[in-house]
Write a protein that binds this ligand. Structure first.
Ligand code: NI
Length: 210
């Protein structure tokens, strides 16, 4: 089933240019398996949820979330039991970042691992690259010194924000290292976080030259 799911997901996201392409899924699957094996999670469940975690993402589809129609359809197509389907759907629903002031604590070790893997792929060098790709996809300015970052207290505010790519570092990326669940992921985040701080320092130094 996992191979079939991987093939279908690869096909569905092959034309993505928002930073949620197949290689993002591939990296999250590998990170999740790596973290999951050290944290004693159920690896086939972790892998299944990681593969399907962005198929119904609000940033990319107009689906009204919660029941995750795309992920659910694939699980049913490849013969997942009702129990497995619900377990995976619950994990995916718990994974997404919903705003700086919105608490999204997962309820199972498998959901913690997939959330950590997805968040690690949003920081560091790859996180920076994906953030600029996503900003372009959303027609956002790269940076505007007059536009200040906002820490959103509701999921609705976060979804409807008008912002810049540089602001997104303060609204999400720099907050992620303190929102990780597992010890393994926290260790992996340290260097990635430092790299983003160095990037911003250099960015402002170049921006403010006169
Ligand atoms: Ni993702």
């Amino acid at each position: 089933m996992i191979n079939n799911l991987a093939r279908s997901v690869k096909e569905l996201c092959q034309h993505d240019s928002s930073g949620h392409d197949w290689w993002h899924i591939h990296r999250v699957v590998n990170l999740a398996k790596n973290i999951g094996s050290k944290e004693g999670a159920d690896l086939p469940i972790v892998e299944t949820a990681a593969l399907l975690h962005d198929l119904d993402d609000w940033k990319l589809t107009s689906n009204n979330q919660e029941n995750l129609p795309n992920a659910r359809a694939l699980l049913i197509e490849y013969g997942a039991t009702a129990e497995l389907t619900e377990r995976v759907i619950t994990i995916i629903n718990e994974v997404s970042f919903k705003g700086a002031g919105v608490d999204t604590k997962p309820t199972s070790i498998e959901a913690m691992v997939v959330q950590d893997a997805d968040r690690l792929d949003a920081i560091g060098a790859i996180g920076i690259a994906r953030t600029f790709a996503y900003g372009g996809y959303k027609n956002q300015p790269m940076h505007n010194p007059n536009l200040k970052p906002a820490l959103h207290n509701s999921y609705e505010d976060y979804k409807s924000m008008r912002t810049s790519t540089i602001n997104h570092f303060y609204e999400k990326l720099l907050l992620l290292k303190d929102r990780l669940n597992t010890k393994t992921a926290i260790e992996l985040a340290i260097q990635r976080h430092r790299f983003m701080e160095q990037f911003l320092e250099q960015f402002y130094a170049e921006w403010n030259i006169d």
